[in-house]
Design a protein around this ligand. Structure first.
Ligand code: PMP
Length: 383
């Protein structure tokens, strides 16, 4: 059978996260701080809108770009980040931010183009660059900088020769955010070397100390940036599979040309839910954000108490502590913790070399489970 598979399919490794969790799923009484998915259900108003659309029989395709009223709602929503996009030709509704990432790679990357990917990195960028025929160029960010991307990091990695730069702040897997000054530094590099930017801002609404700034709002950046966002994280709507891309008409148009053949349109029921999410669910989003913030403070202080150095991540729902003293190898630590105490964390190396020696911990899990998991880690360390 294998001979029928394409070289690309054969060469695509399973996701490091999945591989780890397949083991965890076989075990009893596991507490998983591994998945990057809210533990909340979607806000009730969004679910009702989905049900209502089904009752009315709204089960057809929508326009390729997504329903016009949804694109208008998205345009209104992103104004809070000073992002101004025309619903006609600067917004594309996609099947999750995941589809938007894939479309942008295919619309912008030619075979042999280098795409700079800051690491530790969300696991989809490198494979989607490869699917488009491009060459992923890892850019190491550093724990000493709390994993914010610096001008020197780009320089050192040779990103000057890249065509495209991927950004993801607030970051998965580290929880790092970028200040406006930090982004200005990156924007300077981008302009100097004429790069195009793919900015994944799916965690924009999950910031705990200050407001999100998009690199696209910095001078000169709008015309060279595509922004990804979606409903999975802020609205706890992962299963609805709905996201969007914002960008210059030429690029959004090119992405739509690929989208119309590969997806036709994003899920219709989800689009009705998303309109309601934007219009009626700000309070629900804020409530979830506050709950994440309480958990965030708790896990950071517990890890530091236990001697697992954990910087104060200010966004998304991840922290990225170091392995405890005596444990250099994150994979060995995660494996031993899973076997001994049935706590599942993701080894940092899954997200690139600069994640080695760290662990990704998701706090999109109830407070009781977080407390129990940290107690188990404490007893593991004592032994
Ligand atoms: N980008 C990042 C950084 C993510 O963490 C995720 C989800 N894990 C996605 C994109 C994909 O989100 P969606 O459900 O909208 O496809």
């Amino acid at each position: 059978m294998n001979r029928h598979l394409s070289t690309r399919a054969r060469e695509t490794p399973p996701s490091g996260i999945r591989r780890f969790f397949e083991v965890a799923e076989e075990m009893d009484d596991v507490i998983s701080l591994g998945v990057g998915e809210p533990d909340f259900s979607a806000p009730w108003a969004a679910r009702t809108a989905a049900i209502d659309s089904l009752e009315r029989g709204r089960t057809s395709y929508t326009s390729n770009r997504g329903r016009r009223d949804l694109r208008e709602a998205i345009a209104d929503r992103v104004e809070r980040y000073d992002q101004y996009y025309d619903p006609d030709d600067e917004i594309l509704v996609t099947s999750g931010a995941s589809e938007a990432v894939d479309l942008a790679m295919r619309a912008l990357v030619d075979p042999g183009d280098a795409v700079a990917v800051p690491e530790p990195s969300y696991i989809s960028y490198t494979p989607t660059v490869s699917f488009a025929g491009g060459d992923p160029l890892p850019v190491r960010t550093r724990a000493e900088e709390e994993f914010a991307l610096r001008y020197e990091d780009l320089e050192r990695a040779g990103a000057a020769d890249a065509e495209t730069l991927v950004l993801c702040y607030p970051n998965n897997p580290t929880g790092a955010v970028m200040s406006e000054d930090g982004l200005a530094e990156v924007a300077e590099f981008v302009e100097e070397h004429d790069l195009f930017v793919l900015s994944d801002e799916i965690y924009a609404a999950l910031r705990y100390e200050d407001e999100h700034t998009s690199i696209a709002t910095l001078p000169g950046m709008r015309e060279r940036t595509v922004v990804f966002n979606g409903f999975s994280k802020a609205y706890a709507m992962t299963g609805f599979r709905l996201g969007y891309a914002l960008g210059p008409p030429e690029v959004i148009g090119a992405m739509n040309r690929i989208h119309q053949y590969t997806m036709l349109s994003a899920p219709t029921t989800a689009q009705y839910a998303a309109i309601e999410a934007i219009k009626a669910c700000d309070d629900a989003v804020e409530e979830m954000r506050r709950a994440y913030d309480r958990r965030r403070r708790f896990v950071i202080s517990r890890f530091n108490e236990l001697g697992m150095d954990c910087f104060e991540a200010k966004g998304a729902f991840y922290v990225f502590p170091k392995c405890p003293p005596g444990w250099e190898d994150d994979e060995a630590f995660a494996e031993a913790l899973l076997q001994e105490e049935q706590v599942a964390l993701v080894p940092g190396r899954v997200f690139g070399e600069s994640g080695e020696g760290h662990l990704r911990v998701s706090y999109a899990t109830g407070m009781n489970e977080l407390k129990a998991a940290l107690n188990r880690i404490e007893s593991f360390l004592r032994e």
